[in-house]
Design a protein around this ligand. Structure first.
Ligand code: FAD
Ligand code: NAI
Length: 466
């Protein structure tokens, strides 16, 4: 029987990063993975394939709409969808190979099969009707999440799809109906709209992107509508009928009322994700779950069973790859006797559309609700030189600072490259920096990041270019 210091169940960004850090700290480590490939949701059916399609479809749209005005004359671009899907697959394969390489480099054993916890220090790994039991001092559950389903709407991954099916459609749907105006709906809706679909998004709430700053979400909605998105807010889909020609979706106001029927060729269900714990043996071994089915942990990622920890999408908190990674590092350090820690106040969120939306820290709504006195500094990209010359002026930067101390409490950006620009705010906030600190930091010219400096200056009502 093999004996380890640590067995990690699941090789998504939480699991594989945890394994690498534990190995760096001198532990003998194994990972258990039931999928054919390593990398979890993120690499196989999540972050990576969606970003490949977002990039390729953006290039397609740019070639058709933006090149001519810059004096680049090309004939009307033609879509070769199989080639685009091949581009996506190459990206997935490259990243999966990268994780395999990291496992070898760090001498981490890869046990292929479904992992089941038998008790403290024992994991059963089963594949192809055979099973083995491995002994280990510690276990980390990093089994991630699965799609949330809508009652009465059967996902077949062909016509009624989850994000997984929407990443692999064989042809561009004429009409795509998206249920849920969250991150997946807006990212994958963008992909298929750029490739030619008419996209309608039905959202239960009266706004898009719940959780993001309201003012940013409003402007984002206006921009998406200009691009061709149609939104039905405050509405719910109560059923989808299939006939040979079309899908007939019944839509009602969220609070109830008369239903209408909308025709579509493909329906994408993206109403959130749920923790994945099937077959893990949690009930049998007494690992407690919370009311939402997530593995319950204390501030050191420890579950209710001795020597068993949990991280990533399967525990509370934002379902984001970088949050899972940071938890993976922290738990490995805690197991090694160090002071592993994740600062949940500084976890950025990015929506990889055009323009991008990024955010870190508190929203204006959260500060109002908490009764915190704050000042706001805003700066539009229309006043940023680099954005002007590139003619990409949609969006603005918004900085929220404590009214008394000037400490930055939240930064929200809508605009091209917002996902890259947010990180200077993360570093600033990690060090407890103020708007004044940011405003006095020299920024290279001409960059879009100068808009962040100007927004910080605007907190003190002294922006230069506005
Ligand atoms: P996962 O990545 O879900 O990995 C869990 C692994 O555990 C899987 O490989 C699974 O097979 C394995 N497993 C489960 N049970 C067992 C078992 N019993 N035995 C063995 N193995 C098991 N996040 C971002 O930060 N940025 C993005 O751009 C982004 N884009 C996304 C796009 C889409 C379409 C989706 C669906 C998600 C996206 N996410 C994104 C979210 C991100 O994918 C997750 O937050 C992240 O993958 C969570 O990592 P994890 O390690 O907790 O779990
Ligand atoms: P989400 O939680 O972002 O959005 C779901 C949306 O569906 C919400 O707006 C919600 O109000 C709405 N909704 C719920 N029930 C509904 C109903 N019955 N009818 C209509 N609308 C309904 O979830 P999503 O988009 O499925 O993404 C899942 C997770 O994946 C997210 O937690 C996100 O963190 C992660 N993800 C992250 C990405 C990124 O970081 N760029 C990209 C894609 C996913």
């Amino acid at each position: 029987m093999a004996t380890y210091d640590l067995v990690v169940i699941g090789t998504g960004p939480g699991g594989y990063v945890c394994a690498v850090r534990a190995s760096q700290l001198g532990m003998k480590v194994a990972v258990v993975e039931k999928n054919a490939t390593l990398g979890g949701t993120c690499l196989n059916v999540g972050c990576m394939p969606s970003k490949a399609l977002l990039h390729a479809s953006e290039m397609f749209e740019e070639a058709g709409h933006s090149f001519a005005k810059m004096g680049v004359s090309v004939s009307s671009p033609k879509l070769d969808l199989p080639a685009m899907m091949n581009f996506k697959q190459q990206g997935i394969d490259g990243n999966v190979k990268g994780v395999e390489f990291l496992m070898k480099k760090n001498k981490i054993d890869v046990l292929k099969g479904a992992g089941k916890i038998l008790g403290t220090g024992k994991v059963e790994v089963s594949a192809d009707g055979k099973s083995q039991v491995v002994e280990t001092k510690n276990i980390v559950i990093a089994t991630g999440s699965d799609i949330a389903r809508l009652k009465g709407i059967e996902i077949d991954e062909k016509r009624i799809v989850s994000s997984t099916g929407a990443l692999s459609l064989e042809k561009v749907p004429g009409r795509l109906l998206v249920i849920g105006a969250g991150v997946i709906g807006l990212e994958l809706g963008s992909v298929w709209r750029r490739l030619g679909s008419e996209v309608m998004v039905v959202e239960f709430l009266d706004r898009i992107l719940p959780g993001m700053d309201g003012e940013i979400a409003k402007q984002f909605q206006r921009i998406l509508e200009k691009q061709g998105f149609a939104f039905k807010l405050g509405s719910k889909v109560t059923g989808v009928e299939m006939n040979s020609k079309a899908l007939l979706a019944k839509i009602e106001p969220a609070s109830g009322g008369a239903a209408e029927t909308i025709e579509a060729d493909v329906v994408l269900v993206c109403i959130g994700r749920v923790p994945y714990t099937d077959g893990l043996g949690l009930k049998e071994t007494g690992v407690a779950l919370d009311a939402r089915g997530r593995v319950q942990i204390d501030s050191h990622f420890a579950t209710s069973l001795k020597g068993v920890y949990a991280i990533g999408d399967v525990v509370a908190g934002p379902m984001l790859a970088h949050k899972a990674e940071d938890e993976g590092v922290a738990v490995a350090e805690i197991i090694a006797g160090q002071a592993g820690h994740v600062n949940y106040d500084v976890i950025p969120g990015v929506v990889y559309t055009t323009p991008e939306v990024s955010s870190v820290g508190k929203t204006e709504e959260e500060l109002k609700q908490a009764g915190t006195a704050y000042t706001v500094g805003k700066f539009p990209f229309t006043a940023n030189g680099r954005s002007k010359v590139n003619q990409t002026t949609d969006g603005f930067v918004k900085i929220l600072a404590d009214a008394k101390t000037d400490r930055v409490l939240g930064v929200h950006i809508i605009g091209r490259e917002a996902g890259e620009m947010i990180h200077e705010a993360c570093v600033l906030m990690e060090f407890g920096g103020s708007a004044e600190d940011l405003a006095r930091t020299c920024h290279a010219h001409p960059t879009r990041s100068e808009a962040v400096k100007e927004a910080a200056l605007a907190v003190g009502k002294r922006a230069i270019h506005m």
